[in-house]
Design a protein around this ligand. Sequence first.
Ligand SMILES: [Zn+2]
Length: 300
Amino acid sequence: MPELPEVESLRRDLTPTIVGRSIQRVDIGLPKLFRPVPGLSAADLCGRAVERLRRRAKILILDLSDGLALLIHLKLAGQLVHVSADGQELAHGGHPVPRWGFPLPHKATHVIFRFDDGSTLYLTDIRQFCRLWLMHADEVDGFLEEQGFGPEPLTEDFSVPGFRARLRRRSIPIKTALLDQGVVGGIGNIYADESLWEARIHPRRTANSLTLPEIKRLHAAVRSVLAYALREGVATVLQGKALPERDFPYAHGRGGGPCFRGCGATMEKEWVGGRGTHWCPRCQKLPRARPVAAGTPSSG
Ligand SMILES: [Zn+2]
C-alpha cells in the first residue's frame, strides 16, 4: 500500500511536472471514487491551474487556482502516472501494479486528467479503494482534522512524550497501534514491520506495555526507516514478498529468509491484526509472562 514515503516521493516527483499546468479536461470512469462537496462537480476542475502539492499523512493535496483543492488518497493500490504529450513518462508513484511503463490507460485506469501542455495524469487502481475529494481551499484543514491524523513522523510534532501518551491508551498489539493513523500519520504495513524490526520489538507486544527505553527506540526507528525510504528509494513489495535483489525492506516480505542483522535466525511471518507481519524471533523476543505470585487469586 502506498505509505508516507511513497506519497511523499510522488509529491516531490510530480511537483516539477504538474505545478503551473492547468487542467483542461477530466474523465472519471468510476464515479464512486470522486467525492466533491455539495455544489462542486468534476466540471469545476476544468480551467484550474495546479498551484502547489502538499501531503498530510497518506493524502496528496493539490491546491488549485481560484480557491479549490483536490485531495487524493491512493489507499491500498492507487497509482498516478504523468505522461507528456509525446508519450514520455514524466513522473509516477503509488502502488507498483501494473508495473511502471505499462501502456495507459489500462482497464483499471479510473480517472484521467488532461493538462494544457498536452500531458496526461492517469489514476489507476486495481482495487478501486482510492478516493478523490474536491473541496474549497478553506475546507481542507477541517477535513484533515476530521480524519484524526496523529503527528507527521518526520516533523518536530512527533515527540517521544506524545507518542508515549498515545501508546499508553492502547491495549492492542504494537503493530496494530502503529497502523492507527491517530497514533502517527502515514505508516502502513511495510514501514510498521521495518520500524519494529529496527527497534527490536515484537509486533505482538501490547502497545501500553512498552517501556520508555523501548518507546524511545521505536520513535527513533520510525523516523530513521521513513527517512531512509525517502532518501534511498521506497520499499518495493509485490504480493507480500520483498524483492530478493534488493536489501530494503529488511524485514517486511522476508518471512522464511535469514534475518538481515545476521543473527542467524529465520524471519517469521504471521497475521497480526489481520495484516501479514514479519519479524525476527531472535532480535524481537516476546518477554516471558510474569509468573503469578503464590496465593494470588486467579480471578476476582
Ligand atoms: Zn535477527
